[in-house]
Design a protein around this ligand. Structure first.
Ligand code: MG
Length: 304
């Protein structure tokens, strides 16, 4: 029987590491990404062209991407990079980035704290970048943060989520990733949101990005699968904490997502032993233990 495929967007090297305090060297980042590229993952987010003063972990973005391109080009893997503005875009384009990710929150309060601009101002900035990217034939992915809840505004009204999704589609994104940045989404809320989203948008242009801060990520992914979503963002070993909840977990671990989706009969294309190897490597660099329950069990027993 042929299994239905699901796509996993590996965000560990960017979204994961940018929320880790220990600064990882350029060569270790390259090694981590190289190992991730051997797992069967088709999309590996590399870095973010942000102001290094704001996020020191991403200060080597230009060098890292250049090395990834030089060493891993033949793998035919997508290597998206975050771009916050036209300046970041110009750097990314110059060194051959072929896919960018643009990001906005649903809430003005979060947006102002995060990027010092309202949602409207953020979209104006992104429109400038999107026009250039389309001219240059560079693919665009969209990221919605605080899609379900905001640390300052609480639960997000569905209308806001619909509106921001629509605005991303108008930017010409091929896919928008709906992110539960602070890990508050509940299965009922996810189902309700997806029922509405799929009335307006094609589900193959929507990805879900869950955080496991309150232990709901896998349940929310299961609900999303039932509603027809086939693309999920996740982070190897569950890298990246939650800046809005000290000591809490952030990104759902790719290993946990792998176990759930494969058990539901889907094909992720990932070799779990190779993924665990990549995760072990980066965990050693960070000198930390994984938040992934599956990975802990797997590393201790060697069995799925
Ligand atoms: Mg995340």
């Amino acid at each position: 029987m042929i299994k239905e495929k699901v796509k996993i967007v590996e965000v560990g090297a960017r979204d994961g590491l940018q929320n880790e305090k220990t600064i990882i060297s350029l060569s270790d980042k390259l090694k981590f990404i190289t190992l991730l590229c051997e797992t069967g993952l088709q999309t590996v987010e590399v870095t973010s062209f942000v102001n290094p003063a704001a996020i020191p972990q991403m200060a080597d973005a230009e060098q890292l991407f250049t090395l990834v391109k030089k060493n891993l080009r033949s793998k035919k893997i997508n290597f998206p990079c975050l771009v916050p503005n036209v300046q970041g875009y110009e750097v990314a384009k110059k060194i051959g980035v072929e896919e960018i990710a643009l990001f906005s929150s649903t809430s003005d309060s979060f947006s102002k704290k995060n990027v010092n601009a309202s949602v409207d101002e953020t979209f104006k900035r992104m429109e400038e970048v999107a026009i250039l990217a389309q001219r240059d034939n560079i693919k665009i992915r969209g990221y919605i943060s605080t899609a379900f809840g905001c640390p300052y505004e609480g639960r997000i009204d569905l209308k806001k989520l619909m509106n921001v999704t629509e605005r991303f589609m108008q930017l010409g994104v091929y896919e928008v990733s709906v992110g539960d940045t602070i890990g508050v989404a509940t299965p009922g809320q996810v189902r309700e949101s997806l029922k509405l989203l799929k009335k307006e948008f094609s589900l193959d242009k929507i990805a879900m990005h869950f955080h496991d801060t309150r232990g709901m990520a896998l349940t929310n992914i299961h609900v999303s699968v039932e509603e027809g979503i086939r693309t999920f963002d996740s982070s190897a070993a569950g890298l990246g904490g939650c800046p809005y909840a000290k000591g809490a977990t952030g990104n759902v671990a790719t290993e946990d997502v792998w176990y759930l989706l494969e058990s539901l009969g889907f094909e992720t294309g990932i070799d779990i032993s190779k993924l665990a190897f990549a995760s072990e490597f980066i965990l050693e660099c960070l000198k930390k233990k994984t938040g992934s329950k599956f990975l802990r069990a797997y590393l201790s027993t060697g069995k799925t």
